[in-house]
Design a protein around this ligand. Structure first.
Ligand code: PHE
Length: 511
């Protein structure tokens, strides 16, 4: 049975859902660490440049494509040219099987730690607890070593929550959830920031390591400085959830008259603002912990899961009062940010499946969440952390960036960026300038190409994370191959012919 395409109930609902997708774990544990490593306040210069040069243009591109075609990525691509359909599938397939399988498991860790916060169940040695008692990490990515049941339980719960949201129509599912989650996230984060900054030693750490700009670290004349710029571009791409087809999907539910440029600006700005604000909480808390334990800040700070599951519990242990509540608050922030990103990842794939196979979204999301749960089991094993690290590296460095390049080629060159710009300007709102064409056709794909080449060179010169090469090939290469194969197979099912036909207004009078 085919359903009528849903629409967002309001502009705010759409924006909250898009920002909910963009604001995720990366804003909290990735941004702060990158800022610290790459020159503190000075990191904002490459970060904002990356936002303006690639983030914003690509966000406009994804919104515009989804809005113009009213379609998921595979259908939108197939309408431009049928040969590109597999690439249109690849993005949501990567979002689903490359990311959600492990993203749910990380949310499950947060749920477990949320419960542990009530009695500080991680004990005094938070590092040993996380790696040896909670994850019981095995020695090699090949030794699965059995399932960690508490982690599986949280994973089942996460999939259930996501399913209960995604299976309803957009307005009553994702939009409603986002209108609850996002204000909640903002309030919880602001409380956390206010609380963190009042801790002893917090403000000094913020001033010394976060706000002070070390401009020498971002010099384009040194190799290390250039690396910072590449890192900033990578972070912008990841943090805005670009290259997965998510924003294409979300924009396909927008009404005809929509301010595409304005919406893209707001999404990008608020997402980055959230990162900067969350940074105050992270630097403040670590500054407090470093002072309380008498260790240098440089030794205390770390990025990724180590920050949330080792450093934060440690800081919580040191708090003079209300430590349980602080822990509950912090892990709740991570859970809410994670789930609002998760639903967007599921939606990109489920919308594509509904478009192609004309099945109801209830059926599609139920099957997809069922398969997702099954796929997540691998990451709940004792080798889960290691496999996750490998898969994450390959998806972020290759699949995501390649997705972005493909979008630029398809829209910038095949469809022609002027056609898309005209569509944006006809839809109302802020005017999109011709500069956007240059960005989408040359600047953005050029920069993404440099990033992907750099990653490739790095991977060929040294095995990522010192993992055995066959593990990298099996899990990293395997996920890229498997997602590509799935996309290829899915693209070979026939479309209902009326889906491929769509009447666009003639594009003659432009330029
Ligand atoms: N944007 C999210 C973050 O910064 C991560 C994410 C990427 C979520 C892609 C969904 C899709 O954490």
């Amino acid at each position: 049975m085919s359903e009528k395409r849903s629409l967002w109930g309001s502009k705010v609902g759409f924006l909250l859902a898009a920002i909910g997708s963009a604001v995720g774990l990366g804003n909290i544990w990735r941004f702060s660490y990158m800022a610290y490593e790459n020159g503190g306040g000075a990191f904002l210069i490459p970060y904002l440049t990356a936002l303006l040069c690639t983030g914003l243009p690509l966000m406009i591109l994804e919104y515009a494509l989804g809005h113009r075609e009213k379609a998921s990525p595979p259908l939108a691509f197939a309408r431009i040219h049928h040969l590109w359909e597999p690439l249109g599938w690849w993005m949501p397939v990567v979002a689903f099987s490359g990311i959600t399988f492990f993203y749910t498991v990380i949310i499950s860790w947060c749920m477990n730690y949320f419960c542990l916060s009530f009695n500080l169940g991680w004990g005094a040695d938070t590092q040993a607890f996380f790696f040896n008692r909670f994850l019981r990490v095995s020695d090699s990515p090949f030794v699965l070593g059995g399932i960690r049941w508490p982690i599986l339980a949280g994973t089942v719960l996460t999939w259930l929550i996501c399913w209960s949201i995604c299976y309803r129509d957009v307005r009553h599912g994702i939009e409603k959830a986002s209108t609850i989650f996002m204000p909640l996230l903002v309030v919880l984060t602001l409380i956390l920031v206010g609380w963190s900054l009042r801790l002893d030693g917090a403000l000094d750490a913020v001033k010394e390591y976060y706000l002070k700009a070390d401009l020498s670290k971002i010099s384009l004349f040194t190799a290390a400085g250039r690396k910072v710029w590449v890192a900033a571009f990578g972070q912008i791409f990841f943090t805005l959830s670009l290259g997965f087809g998510i924003m294409i999907t979300y924009a396909s539910y927008l009404p005809k008259k929509t301010d595409i440029t304005g919406n893209a600006l707001v999404t990008c700005f608020l997402n980055c603002l959230y990162s900067v604000i969350a940074g105050f909480a992270v630097f403040g808390t670590i500054g407090f912990m470093a002072k309380a334990k008498g260790v240098p800040f440089e030794e205390a700070i770390t990025g990724g899961p180590g920050l949330a599951f080792v450093v934060y519990p440690e800081a919580i242990n040191q708090l003079p009062l209300l430590n349980h509540i602080f822990g509950v608050l912090f892990f709740l922030v991570l859970i809410v940010a994670g789930i609002s990103s998760m639903i967007s990842l599921i939606e990109a794939f489920s919308c594509s499946v509904c478009d192609k196979f004309s099945i109801s979204r209830k059926k599609a999301s139920s099957v997809i969440c069922g398969i997702g749960l099954f796929g997540s089991i691998l990451f709940t094993t004792r080798a889960g952390l290691l496999i996750l690290d490998i898969v994450d590296h390959f998806i972020n460095n290759y699949a995501l960036i390649l997705g972005g390049i493909v979008e630029c080629v398809v829209v910038g060159w095949l469809l022609k960026s002027q056609v898309m710009r005209r569509h944006v300007n006809k839809s109302g709102g802020l005017r999109l300038l011709p500069l956007w064409d240059i960005s989408v056709r040359f600047i953005t794909p050029g920069i993404l190409f440099i990033i992907v080449s750099g990653a490739l060179l790095g991977d060929f010169s040294a095995a990522y994370g010192n993992y055995p090469v066959n593990a990298l090939l099996l899990y990293g290469g395997g996920v890229l191959f498997f997602t590509w194969l799935t996309a290829f197979v899915l693209s070979h099912f026939p479309w209902k012919s009326e889906k491929l036909k769509v009447k666009h207004d003639p594009d003659k009078s432009l330029f």
